[in-house]
Structures are given as C-alpha cells and as structure tokens.
Design a protein around this ligand. Sequence first.
Ligand SMILES: NC(=O)c1ccc[n+]([C@@H]2O[C@H](COP(=O)([O-])OP(=O)(O)OC[C@H]3O[C@@H](n4cnc5c(N)ncnc54)[C@H](OP(=O)(O)O)[C@@H]3O)[C@@H](O)[C@H]2O)c1
Length: 268
Amino acid sequence: MENERPLAIITGASTGIGYELAVLAAKGGHDLIIAADEPKIFDVAETLRGFGARVDVVETDLSTVSGNNHVYEAIQGRRIELLCANAGRGLGRSFLEQDFEAIRHVVETNVTGTLYLIHKIGNLMREQQSGKILITGSIAGFIPGTYQAVYNGTKALLDSFSIALRAELKGTGVTVTNLMPGPTDTEFFRRADLLDTKFAVSEKQAADEVARIGYEAVMRGEAQVVAGWKNKLQTVVAGLTPATLLAEQHRAQAAPGSGNGRSKSAAP
Ligand SMILES: NC(=O)c1ccc[n+]([C@@H]2O[C@H](COP(=O)([O-])OP(=O)(O)OC[C@H]3O[C@@H](n4cnc5c(N)ncnc54)[C@H](OP(=O)(O)O)[C@@H]3O)[C@@H](O)[C@H]2O)c1
C-alpha cells in the first residue's frame, strides 16, 4: 500500500523498556505490532494509537513457538522495518531452589522464543533486503550471575548471538543491534523475585532513557550499545576481571536479603 507507515514489531511492549521502545517507534511514524502475555497490552495499544499509529495487539506467551507464530501472523504481508526482540524475564535466588518450570520459562522466553521470532522475521527481512533488528541483551551477559545464574546465561547467549547474526547478515541490508542495559527501573525486579536484593535498592536508569539509547542505535544501524557510562565502565572492568571474582561480586548484589528488605523502586 502506498501511504503505509513503516511497520515495527515490539515484544514485551506492555511495560518497562519495551513500552518505551513502542512509544518511540509510534512517535517515529511507525505502525506497530505489540506483544505481551497479559491483558495490559490492550491499554498500551490505546495509548500508542494516540500517536497516530495503527496498532495490532498480540496477547500471547512468547516462550512458545505458537505464541511467536501469532506475532508473525499479525504481519499480514506487510514490509517490516523494525523488530525489537525485547521480551524477557529475570529469575533470582539460587539455582537449586528455583522452581524448574520458572527456569524453563526464562530460557524459553529469553532464548528459544526470541531466537525463533528473529529466525522467522530475519528471513522476511533478508527477502526484503532491508530491516533493522534490536535485541535487548544485558550487561548481565558479561557476568556469571550468582543467584541469577540462568538469567545471566540467557543474556550472555543473546549478547554473543546478536553480534554473530549481524556479521552473517552483512551486505544483505539487514542490521542487528544489541542493546545492553544495566539495572533499569522497571517491573523486572519484582517479577524476578529480586526485591530483597541490593540490585533492587540500587540506583537504576529510567526505562525511557534506556529505550532512547537503544532506539537511536538501531535506527543508526549500530552493532551494540551499552546504556549509560556507568554500565559501560562496568563492562570494561568485567572484561579484565576473573570470572570467579565477578561471580562473587554478583553474589553481593543478588543474594536474597542483601537489600535488607529496602526497595527503592520497582514497587509492585
Ligand atoms: N530492568 C533491568 O534492569 C534490565 C536490565 C538489562 C536487561 N533487561 C532486559 O530488558 C527487557 C525488558 O525488560 P524490562 O526491564 O522492561 O522488564 P518488564 O517491565 O518486566 O517488561 C518485560 C516485558 O516482557 C514481556 N514478557 C515477559 N515474558 C513474556 C512472555 N513469556 N510472553 C510474552 N511477553 C512476555 C512482559 O509482558 P507481560 O507483562 O504481559 O508479562 C513485559 O511486557 C528484558 O529482556 C530484560 O531481560 C532489563
């Protein structure tokens, strides 16, 4: 269609970084497909329509293949300019005490579902010979995550994968950008059962600032961006620090009770 606005797909758009990415994409003139697994995503759609965007909503569990197929089906033959593969879940506490279904949900949301959607939409973009993919990784991918072991592992995979995929797509017109936030003030900590940790009470970046950094980077086709100078410094130091020491430092931040019950943000 002639006057169609470019299409952006944003997963995990109901709250936090994904919501702010959706606002930026709508304000930037995109139509949107937004996905999340709770009904709140329909309220978000109303807000985004206020920016003049056509918004298609997919309420679905993105840890499943069928859930991601629902997102794909909503494209309905349109060209896709932007995919923000952002949906993700954290999971605090010690590995052996975590419920295995929760572990599986984190892996299947952050890794399997994310890769599946990127695989399907990446193929469409390669056929179009254009497209931009933003993957929300994390600086957690640089650090063995004591008391968050599985989550950090999922982000290590995404951080690495996104650079490799970018290299594979060189010359195709499709770019891949890895956004690596540090602690960001969102629902993440409550959902990951981390509210009694130092992480939860520490200073965090605002979600709109993190999203703006990621959005600007993906629109410029950059390879990777760490959100904020403190986080940049942390990734440089992490690269020089033995992994065993990083794991001990992470213990101090993520150990249950390390926040002494104080919660600065991420209120339920
Ligand atoms: N906050 C941080 O400190 C931080 C730091 C580094 C990286 N990140 C990453 O940033 C991304 C966004 O997280 P956030 O901080 O903005 O947290 P958030 O406020 O909890 O947002 C997570 C979003 O993902 C959606 N989601 C999660 N699991 C899903 C599933 N199985 N199916 C469908 N939707 C699902 C949620 O939808 P529902 O509400 O419908 O479940 C929500 O829209 C994640 O990938 C996270 O790992 C966060």
